[in-house]
Design a protein around this ligand. Structure first.
Ligand code: NAP
Length: 483
């Protein structure tokens, strides 16, 4: 079992205190590197979720809102607490998620960056008067907190994803009811321990509920006291939330799945492209929404690029992330492992060739999947159509710019994309043609706190990060003054 000063309680947090887990229901949390149970965490009832919502409602202040200074202080305190406890939060994250320790601790820094960004830009949420005076009135625009927000997060960035939402919600003055993924609730409990000890937010401003997604999701969708849900996860669950909140016309911020194209033209710096692809593709073991999922390489450089990739992949180490300098940890669970295996098998059966990695029949019985490269991929293969969410690099060939823009867009998703070329005009054309919310030019880098990030098409609604993300949890109210 995991021991940590940040995990003294393994229950929910409602109204400024840890709950008693009166029903006694729990669920197990596993370390995917060892397959062992490391904690048993309270599984909460619908009544408890409703109590969390009520407690959020009691913390909402509309007529005498929390001042900008007060909200800024909350954000700064959370940022400082995360930075001061980066090693321990990262260790907990590593043990329940499996990603290498240095990546896990880097994610804590990344999370602190969102609280920092919002604290420095919160003034943008101040009221302002517009310069024009239509209808002989003075028009003031106020940014009101939308109300109690339900924040639902996935397992792949256990601290990064909540930081994006919670920083903007607190900046807006919105109380929240937070549900972490059942694979990774411990990092969230650690965050609540830090907020409990190091901030003086009012009781009910932040509430933690854990357990069955169906129970918690239903309560959040049905409550009229929750006007907004901010969700990061699969497109499948995102679609369900759209349907389940339609009756009440709730505001939804949805960060959903991806199927990122990574395009390498024949004039690109192939070494830089290969280095960037490795860093992008294998972060989190390939389990990120911005991971390159389809690699389109110009036919003239495909063999050379494949060799560079294989040379790099063959040097990568796979193992328990807690043991120092491992490149890739285990996949999160058996279902995730089986999906990657199915994608490799399907590609090989349909004519792709294995450039690096193991054949499916050579794989072991644990959750450690070797980094794998396959060549000769086409749109009939599962790895082209679906988000693999694992350490598989599927390479496809292209000949022309028009052809590759069309192929890149040949997906319902529109989250991240990447283009490698030394021709600036071509890069501008391709970026404009790709229907993706993020398009890296000669870089495989993903989101940062300073820039808006989010999806087009079935990859979501809304943006997180940047000023756009700061404005997600407010409603603009205009007040024309007539005399
Ligand atoms: P998921 O299965 O959709 O789960 C995400 C969260 O939703 C979890 O907390 C889950 O709870 C909860 N949930 C499941 N069913 C629900 C329901 N009916 N009502 C309310 N909540 C429900 O996704 P995942 O497997 O954790 O995450 C992987 C996916 O997230 C990938 O598709 C990835 O691309 C996407 N993602 C997108 C972004 C982005 O910025 N666009 C970032 C990261 C990840 P349980 O864990 O208890 O089931």
């Amino acid at each position: 079992m995991i021991e940590s000063p940040l995990l003294e309680k393994l229950t929910g947090y409602i109204g400024g205190r840890w709950t008693d887990n009166e029903h006694g229901n729990t669920f197990d949390v596993y370390n995917p590197a060892t397959g062992k149970v490391i904690a048993q965490v309270a599984s909460m009832s619908e009544d408890e979720v409703n109590a969390a919502i009520a407690s959020g409602k009691s913390a909402l202040r509309l007529t005498s809102p929390y001042s900008i200074e007060t909200r800024r202080k909350w954000l700064e305190d959370i940022r400082d607490a995360l930075k001061a406890n980066k090693e321990e939060v990262g260790r907990i994250l590593c043990m329940e998620h499996g990603k290498p320790l240095h990546e896990a601790q880097g994610e804590v820094d990344y999370a602190a960056g969102f609280f920092d960004y919002c604290s420095k830009h919160i003034q943008a949420l101040d009221a302002h008067t517009i310069p024009e005076k239509p209808k002989d009135c003075t028009w003031t625009v106020h940014y009101r907190p939308i109300g109690v927000a339900g924040l639902i997060t996935p397992w792949n960035f256990p601290i990064g994803m909540i930081a994006k939402k919670l920083s903007a919600a607190l900046a807006a003055g919105c109380p929240s009811v937070i549900k972490p993924a059942s694979e990774t609730p411990l990092t969230m409990i650690a965050l609540f321990s830090l907020m409990d000890k190091h901030t003086d937010m009012p009781d009910g401003m932040v509430n933690l509920v854990m357990g069955k997604a169906s129970v918690i999701g239903k309560a959040l969708c049905e409550s009229p006291d929750v006007p907004m849900l901010s969700f990061t996860g699969s497109t499948e669950v995102g679609r369900k939330l759209i349907v389940d909140t339609a009756e009440q016309v709730k505001k939804l911020a949805l960060e959903l799945g991806g199927n990122a194209p990574f395009i390498v033209f024949d004039d690109a710096d192939l070494d830089a492209a290969a280095d960037n692809l490795i860093a992008n593709k294998f972060r989190g073991g390939g389990q990120t929404c911005v991971c390159a999922n389809r690699i389109f390489v110009h036919e003239k450089v495909a063999d050379a690029f494949g060799e560079k990739l294989a040379a790099r992949v063959n040097k990568m180490t796979v193992g328990d992330g807690i043991n120092g300098d491992v490149d890739i940890g285990p996949l999160i669970n058996q279902a995730g492992y089986d999906k990657v295996k199915r994608h490799v098998q399907d590609a090989l059966e349909k004519g792709a060739t294995l450039v690096a990695g193991k054949k499916p029949e050579e794989l072991g019985n644990d959750l450690f999947f070797p980094p794998t490269v396959v060549h000769g991929v086409n749109r009939d293969m599962c790895c082209y159509q679906e988000e693999t969410f694992g350490p598989l690099v599927p390479m496809a060939l292209f000949r022309t710019e028009e052809e590759v823009i069309e192929a890149g867009n040949d997906t319902e998703f529109g989250l991240a994309s990447y283009v490698f070329t030394n021709d600036a005009e071509r890069a501008q054309r391709v970026a404009a043609g790709l229907r993706f919310g993020h398009c890296g030019w000669n870089t495989g880098t993903g989101p940062t706190p300073e820039a808006p990030f989010g999806g087009m098409k079935a990859s979501g609604i809304g943006r997180e990060g940047g000023l756009e993300g700061l404005f997600e949890f407010v409603e603009a109210q205009t007040v024309p003054r007539g005399f």
